[in-house]
Design a protein around this ligand. Structure first.
Ligand code: AMP
Ligand code: GLY
Length: 442
């Protein structure tokens, strides 16, 4: 099989790594990819929104299956575009990806289907939104309806803050995405990320994860795309996972099918667990999480490609349930620490040379694996996932984006995974680097 992965971040690097290990996969291609991915896959610099060029590439390279990483192309209908041209692609069609690209749609859907989520109201008029916000207890959550690169959600502790957030939406800070505003009650609890591979009807669960969304230690500072992750998520025991399947995942897949939008692709459920571990949906995403993918996929103890292929064929019955992994065998854990550029999550400084303190220059998987032998091969393996990196004219690795690298350690237990992830982080340097020091610390 010849596989094309679309995207250029740490999530796509982790996808490419897992797919390239499959016995069924002859070659992996990636558009546009990054320097880390290019060690494993043939990268071609086609942008993720250039559907015509991507489809042409898939056809000319005789790609057997295209797998989509990021949300934007899914929301813009890349799956429909490929399918209209008889090109095989894995991901939800535009009308199913709506679970992510319209929070209003997702909230209405959950209400219709009795899926637990925060109480809400939706507004397309500023005055009405403000009046409703005043009627709710603080904190309250203000959300732009559409995709806003993770910035469209404000959890506010004052009515002034609520008005500010509502005004930002209606004043056009998020463009079209902010034309409708959702106001939600605040759900107290702890968040978890749960991922299912879906075939339109059946699903297979990946290992559970915890994302660290805030920029700073102690879950302080602004929301980001994610500053680190761990898997498994220690909060999710067997019983809780079963509850998430029964009250969220099953009714979601059934509801989408019954409403004529069968959901095929990765489904990411952002869950809030209250103090009794009752699950509520915070958000749906129509893709895998980043950085969560960087801890979840390396723990799988089955062939990821096989599962995705069967899902794309509408034939997941065979794999149904929870996929074998270090989580189900109780035999291992992964921790990922994200190293970000100065200024992230706002405007970032790019072009900083990335230096590896011991021995590895290009940051390839193989060089890095050599490097980890030095750390302690019996206790941990390090995977260095590239995101905002690029090669300059002299082929030196430099920073080129907000989140630069995801440093993942795999070990027998979470404590070792954390220790070795940070050992590796300490060997990597670039000017202005930011990383949290408390990933997997609690
Ligand atoms: P979203 O993009 O909808 O996932 O929201 C971003 C982040 O805001 C979530 O990961 C939560 O940390 C927080 N959040 C969103 N909605 C709520 C809610 N109803 N209650 C508490 N926190 C929330
Ligand atoms: N880590 C959160 C996300 O991928 O949306």
């Amino acid at each position: 099989m010849r596989i094309l992965v679309i995207g250029s971040g740490g999530r796509e690097h982790a996808l490419v790594l897992s797919l390239s290990l499959s016995q069924h996969v002859e070659e992996v291609f990636c558009c546009p990819g990054n320097p880390g991915i290019s060690q494993l896959a043939q990268c071609s610099p086609i942008k993720v929104d250039d559907f015509a060029k991507l489809a042409e590439f898939a056809a000319s390279q005789k790609i057997d299956l295209t797998i989509v990483g990021p949300d934007d192309p899914l929301a813009d209908g890349i799956v429909d575009f490929f399918e209209e041209r008889n090109l095989k692609i894995f991901g939800p069609r535009k009308d199913a990806a709506k679970l992510e690209w319209s929070k209003y749609f997702a909230k209405e859907f959950m209400l219709r289907r009795g899926i637990p989520s925060a109480k809400y109201a939706a507004f397309d008029r500023r005055e009405h939104a403000i009046a409703y916000a005043y009627s709710r207890q603080l904190p309250v959550v203000i959300k732009a309806d559409g995709l806003a690169r993770g910035k469209g959600v404000a959890v506010v502790n004052s009515y002034d803050g609520a008005i500010g957030a509502i005004n930002s939406c209606f004043d056009g800070k998020f463009g079209e995405a902010g034309k409708m505003v959702i106001i939600e009650d605040f759900l107290p609890g702890t968040e978890a990320s749960v991922f299912a591979i879906c075939d339109g009807e059946n699903y297979a669960l990946l290992p559970t994860a915890q994302d660290y969304k805030r920029l700073l230690d102690g879950n302080k500072g602004p929301n980001t795309g994610g500053m680190g992750a761990r898997s498994p998520n220690p909060l999710i025991d067997w019983e809780t996972l079963k509850k998430i399947e029964k009250t969220i995942i099953q009714p979601t897949l059934l509801g989408m099918k019954e409403e004529g939008r069968p959901y095929k692709g990765f489904l990411y459920v952002g869950v809030m667990l209250d103090q009794n571990k009752e699950p509520f949906v915070v958000e749906f995403n129509s893709r895998l999480g980043d950085p969560e993918t960087q801890v979840v996929l390396p723990l799988l103890e089955c062939d990821l490609f096989e599962v995705i292929w069967q899902a794309s064929e509408g034939n997941l019955g065979f794999f149904k349930g929870i996929l074998p992994s270090a989580e189900t065998s109780g035999n291992g854990a992964a921790v990922c620490v994200v190293m970000a550029s100065q200024g992230y999550p706002d405007k970032v400084a790019a072009g900083m040379p990335i230096r590896f303190k011991v021995g590895f220059s290009l940051g390839s998987q193989s060089q890095l694996l050599d490097q980890t032998k030095e750390v302690d091969p019996n206790r941990a393996k390090i995977l260095l996932f590239h995101a905002g990196t690029k090669l300059d004219n002299q082929r030196n690795l430099i920073t080129s984006g907000g989140r630069v690298l995801g440093v993942t350690a795999l070990a027998q237990n979470p404590e070792d995974a954390k220790e070795f992830a940070y050992k590796a982080v300490n060997k990597i340097d670039f000017a202005g680097k930011q990383n949290r020091l408390d990933i997997a610390a609690d």
